[in-house]
Design a protein around this ligand. Structure first.
Ligand SMILES: [Zn+2]
Length: 365
């Protein structure tokens, strides 16, 4: 896991509780991906103190429910947990209770929150995995002490999440943050979503993958480099492009710079609409670090509306790594359960007054 910044006051209050023998308020966070379920017991400071993993049962929704219940039962042997948060790769409705559609899972209008709550007897919170990740970065990671967060997750496609004025923003229909399908090139490359010129066709892992595969097929110099790194022509993905670039391969560096350039262009559009203080870049492709972020920052400065006459948002890499989803899900579940408002997570997490007065912006415990 990446380095974690902490506010000393928080660590102190935790230590005090520990000395006094008062158990931490623990919550379980479960991140349900297309192939793996990753789960953890998470404390109030966003630390994962216990972990579990399972393969995702992809055909039967009941099996996913069983897997969740099983994990929770396992954790409860060693921990007193107060809430359960589930982040799922799919569309979740705005009331954070129903998975409307999950492309890699069998869920269609699955009332996940209520079913899991009945099964585990815990207060349950459900959201899209990107929202959970964004929440974790805002609370404990790269966007601590910011009023707003725009998180951009670069994987095969582009996902994202918003925290606005200390509150997760899902939109009216629960699908805010699908930045990957903003059109950046009129009549551009066709996209799986049915439109063309979508941002993720220019600035995601898919671009690197497409190029890598073409290079392998052509048998070009870099194609051979990538095959060598992957251990075989069929194993080549976008990841080897990042590795080759980190080893100094000029062409791979160029490919990443191009993706970074498009990233910066899209971020400038988001800045025009949302004007946050920070953009946090996560997901697998962000492991390229400065090879991606530097070109993105340059393109951002170049494309920004009112450039030269305004302060510029920071563009930074995510801090929490792949466990951010479970951390965010657990934290939101814990906060929601504490405030006994299961239908509206985040509603009481508003810290508007605190932000303005310059006090700690963290939700009160
Ligand atoms: Zn699209």
């Amino acid at each position: 896991m990446a380095e974690r910044r902490r506010q000393p006051s928080t660590a102190t209050s935790t230590d005090v509780r520990r000395v006094l023998g008062v158990p931490d308020r623990l919550a379980v966070g479960i991140d349900i991906g297309g192939t793996k379920i990753a789960a953890g017991v998470v404390d109030e400071d966003g630390r994962v103190i216990d972990r579990a993993r399972r393969d995702t049962p992809t055909t039967d929704p009941d099996e996913v429910l069983e897997a969740i219940a099983d994990i929770v039962e396992e954790f409860r042997k060693d921990h007193i947990v107060k809430a359960l948060g589930v982040g799922a790769a799919g569309f979740v409705d705005a009331s954070a209770s129903t998975v409307l559609f999950a492309p890699h899972l069998a869920w269609r209008n699955e009332p996940l929150r209520d079913r899991v709550a009945r099964r585990t007897k815990l207060p349950v919170w459900v959201d899209n995995d990107a929202n959970a990740t964004g929440w974790a970065e805002w609370r404990f990671g790269a966007a601590q002490n910011e009023a707003d967060l725009v998180m951009i997750t670069l994987g095969t496609g582009i996902g994202g999440a918003l925290v606005i004025d200390g509150q997760p923003y899902r939109g009216n229909f629960g699908i805010a943050g699908e930045f990957g399908h903003m059109q950046v090139v009129p009549r551009g490359r066709s996209c799986e979503c049915g439109n063309s010129g979508c941002w993720e066709q220019y600035a995601s892992g898919r671009v690197l993958e497409r190029r890598a595969r073409a290079a392998v097929e052509e048998g070009s110099r870099i194609g051979k480099v990538l095959v060598e790194l992957a251990g075989g022509p069929d194993l080549v993905t976008g990841q080897q492009v990042t590795v080759a670039a980190q080893q100094g391969d000029d062409e791979a560096i160029e490919w990443l710079a191009e993706v970074g350039d498009w990233l910066g262009v899209g971020i400038a559009n988001l800045a025009a609409a949302l004007d946050p203080g920070v953009f946090v870049i996560g997901g697998g492709v962000s492991s390229a670090g400065l090879l991606l972020l530097d070109p993105a920052r340059q393109a951002f400065s170049r494309s920004l509306t009112g450039r030269g006459y305004r302060a510029e948002a920071r563009i930074v890499g995510a801090h929490l790594g792949p466990e951010a989803g479970m951390i965010g899900a657990a934290d939101m579940a814990r906060l929601t359960a504490r405030r006994r408002r299961p239908a509206s997570p985040g509603a009481r997490v508003r810290v508007r007054g605190a932000a303005r007065s310059g006090r700690s912006r963290r939700p009160r415990r």
